[in-house]
Design a protein around this ligand. Structure first.
Ligand code: CS2
Ligand code: MG
Length: 402
């Protein structure tokens, strides 16, 4: 089976998505997600100018060979743009291979390790009271695990507090919107949020929190220790992880479980974190870390150290990624949890899929392939809209980590 054509479909049903569609000489097609929030057009160009010309004529069933060709052949290795382009090709080819085999993708990976996939949703509010109510709504929807983020007194546009009750999209302007940060105010506030949540709902539900790279290692260690009594499922992205060794300090002071990795794009970004057991969950994704082929390698390394997967699943990862991730989650032995920020009805209409949510779990479908398609006619009705992620600054104007 040979690749005869490939094209990039950009659509914006409320937010931008970049999808690669690969066609073969046996009539089978496959799709992969290539969305990089705030930098979508960079991946479009990388695919159209530097990847697709190399795919035509290649054997569609040689997934590993093509992965190695695109990774080693680029010479300039790694990075979010390159690895998302490779991921899109990889997932489209796995989709085709599973269709050719007449089986859902999870069967091709090795079959079920579980009958359903535990997910967590995003509850947020302008203040503690609103966030407590929002968590209650997620409990009423059946969620077993809920991420809680609240506005922080004195901080403009604190991370994770969206507009509206269910859907949150941070890429909100044609140029980066400016938000502020103040670590002292955050360190004083976050423990109060989880004290209120545990006092209201007890310990029957998993609670998670995303620190979104805002703290220094010492501040991160302090927060992790102060939250220990509230028994979080995880504290995420506590401190920028370019310096993987920084997590040693956090580990020395706290047993709060740690999750990192949504912005990682290869195994090398996490190797030290995993080998030194500095984290408990690895957040790398199908779209962000080179597709199924590479994510499988990361999960296998993590399993040697009893580290579990916790794939990122924000709205800026398309339903194609969610679908492929669910097949991965259904197979991977060291599964932890799957993030599930619901897409809007407009997005779901552009990307018909066979997975469904029930009582706090996502259930993968059994359609051959990854179970997600794209309605190209509908997609064409939503042209690309420039959208940047915000930037964050300290109150004196110092650039910080958004
Ligand atoms: C967040 C993301 O869901 C999360 O854990 O870190 O929503 C992140 O802010 C976005 O994916 C950025 O585009
Ligand atoms: Mg995050």
């Amino acid at each position: 089976m040979r690749i005869t054509a490939a094209r990039v479909i950009v659509t914006c049903p409320g937010r931008n998505f970049v999808t690669l569609k690969i066609e073969t000489d046996q009539g089978l097609t496959g799709i992969g997600d290539a969305t990089l929030n705030g930098r979508e057009k960079a991946v479009v160009a990388y695919l159209e100018d530097h990847v697709i010309p190399c795919l035509i004529g290649q054997a569609a069933d040689q997934i590993e060979h093509i992965w190695q060709y695109l990774y080693r052949g680029a010479y300039w290795r790694r990075g979010p743009v390159t690895m998302r382009a490779i991921a899109a090709v990889d997932v489209a080819l796995w989709d085709i291979k599973a269709k050719a085999a007449g089986m859902p993708l999870y069967q091709l990976l090795g079959g079920r390790s579980r009958d359903r996939v535990m997910v967590y949703g995003h509850a947020n509010g302008a203040d503690i009271a609103e966030t407590v109510d929002a968590v209650g709504r997620y409990i009423d929807m059946g969620y077993k695990a809920i991420r809680a983020q609240s506005g922080i007194p004195g901080i403009k546009d604190a991370y994770g507090v969206g507009r509206g009750t269910l859907h949150y999209e941070p890429a909100d302007a044609a140029l980066p919107s400016e938000t502020t940060w103040d670590t002292a105010k955050a360190l004083a506030h976050v423990p109060q949020l989880f004290e209120a949540l545990r006092a209201t709902y007890g310990f029957d539900h998993h609670l998670l929190h995303d620190a979104h790279h805002r703290y220094t290692p010492q501040e991160a260690a302090s927060l992790a220790r102060r939250l220990e009594d509230f028994r979080l499922f995880w504290l995420e992205d506590l401190t920028p992880a370019e310096n993987q060794a920084a997590f040693r300090l956090i580990r020395q002071h706290s047993t709060t479980p740690l999750a990192v990795g949504e912005i990682f794009n290869t195994i090398w970004d996490a190797k030290q974190l995993i080998e030194e057991q500095l984290i408990d969950y690895i957040r790398t994704t199908v779209v962000g870390a080179g597709g199924i082929t590479h994510l499988r390698r990361i999960a296998d390394l993590a399993s040697l150290y009893q580290i579990r997967t916790g794939c990122h699943g924000a709205t800026d990862l398309s339903p194609v990624t969610m679908g492929a991730a669910l097949h991965f989650d259904t197979w991977v032995p060291n599964f932890g949890i799957q993030e599930y920020m619901r897409h809007t009805p407009e997005t779901d209409a552009v990307f018909p899929h066979d997975y469904h949510f029930e009582d706090g779990f996502l259930h993968v479908g059994d359609t051959p392939g990854h179970g997600v398609t794209i309605d190209e006619t509908l997609a064409a009705r939503y042209p690309y809209q420039p959208a940047f992620l915000p930037v964050a600054m300290l109150e004196d104007g110092t650039m910080w980590n958004w």
